[in-house]
Design a protein around this ligand. Structure first.
Ligand code: PMP
Length: 365
């Protein structure tokens, strides 16, 4: 079937396949809910929909520098616009970081990228595609990064470390003190990416805030996204924040026009309605509190949940639990024999999920 002689790079055969969250299953008489992709369950803000509809010049290319969005973000974050690089989702921004700082080194051993595992599913794919070698450091039993082990995993070949806070899929944050202590153990030439895709949902006052920290750390890049709190996952807008010494390299490797003007305009509009966004985020956080308290009342042991999802460490019962959720028209994300990640969704979805947990006999203790 393949044309003779046409072969993909060997690394492609070794990459894990990204398993996107499954659409909700259809069960007669039950409304279906998708709790498998950590999406925002709320519909887009009316102002954002209007901004999208008003976009009339899509026959033109977008502004390659996303000036309007970087200006708006700079004011929101309190950073210079030159410290911001936008991308097609934070995944686009991450791929750009890896393409810039870690690779195959044709004549030497590949560069190494250290990250916690389990963490975001896309990391091994992005690292492998960049040509670098991933070094996975197991998370602790409570779902937290093992930063001591991660520091020990750094070698002469390490070029990038990925930290994920809150960690997808396990849920806990990294504290400011932990990250500052870790950075003191990292050589200055190693780039440390702090992936804060879920930052807006964090309510732990000790959690790291990369934006408050990167100005003292020339090797730190903070990753953020409009996909979660802003509910714009379908438009693909994310960004990196770092000192200019790093962003000037990122501008060289940028995919031209990665952010469409529709997406840029929607993101700008969302930032201009930040009060509404924050109120919605708070409603999701309130639901998270209800779900976490509900699970603990039922005798379930779960890690600290600071994103818009909870982690059920179900071991060998993982697939069974996911199947039972499916029977109730809930799609959740099952990871092998490790556990199930369930997004905080609509109130009715969360209640149905709690009901299922109340009846399920193999709860993690
Ligand atoms: N980082 C983490 C930790 C994530 O969970 C996700 C999405 N699930 C992303 C990055 C990528 O999000 P996006 O590309 O939509 O910004």
């Amino acid at each position: 079937r393949n044309e003779p002689g046409i072969r993909p790079r060997g690394v492609l055969g070794k990459l894990p396949r990204y398993a996107a969250g499954k659409p909700p299953v259809v069960v007669e008489g039950l409304e279906s809910f998708k709790l498998s992709s950590n999406e925002n369950p709320l519909p887009p803000l009316p102002a954002v929909l209007e901004a999208i509809a008003a976009e009339t010049s899509i026959n033109r290319y977008p502004d390659p520098l996303t000036t309007a969005l970087r200006t708006e973000l700079a004011a929101y974050l309190g950073v210079p616009p030159t410290d911001i690089v936008t991308g097609a989702g934070s995944l686009g921004a991450l791929n750009q970081i890896l393409a810039t700082f870690a690779g195959q080194n044709d004549f030497d051993a590949p560069d190494e990228v250290v990250y916690a595992w389990r963490s975001f599913e896309a990391y091994p794919i992005s690292v492998g595609l960049a040509g670098a070698a991933g070094v996975q450091v197991p998370v602790r039993a409570d779902g937290r990064h093992d930063l001591e082990a991660m520091a020990r995993a750094i070698t002469d070949r390490t070029r990038v470390v990925l930290l994920c806070t809150p960690n997808n899929p396990t849920g806990p944050i990294l504290t400011r003190d932990e990250v500052v202590g870790f950075l003191a153990n990292v050589p200055a030439h190693v780039v440390v990416v702090i992936d804060e895709a879920y930052q807006e949902f964090v309510r732990d006052a000790d959690a790291v805030d990369g934006i408050a920290l990167y100005r003292d750390h020339p090797n730190v890049i903070v990753l953020r996204t409009f996909s979660k709190a802003h509910g714009l996952a379908g438009l693909r807008v994310g960004y990196s924040v770092a000192q200019q010494g790093l962003t000037e390299h990122l501008r060289v490797s940028a995919v031209p026009f990665a952010v469409s003007q529709v997406a840029e305009h929607a993101a700008v509009t969302s930032l201009r309605h930040i009060d509404e966004v924050e109120a919605r985020v708070q409603s999701i956080v309130d639901e998270r509190t209800r779900v976490v308290d509900g699970l603990r009342d039922l005798g379930w042991t779960i890690p600290e949940a600071q994103g818009n999802f909870v982690w059920l460490s179900l071991g060998e019962h993982t697939q069974d639990f996911a199947a039972k959720a499916g029977e109730r028209a809930l799609s959740v994300r099952a990871f092998g024999t490790e556990g199930v990640r369930v997004s905080i969704g609509e109130e009715a979805a969360n209640s149905r999920f709690l009901e299922l947990c109340g009846e399920y006999s193999h709860r993690p203790a």
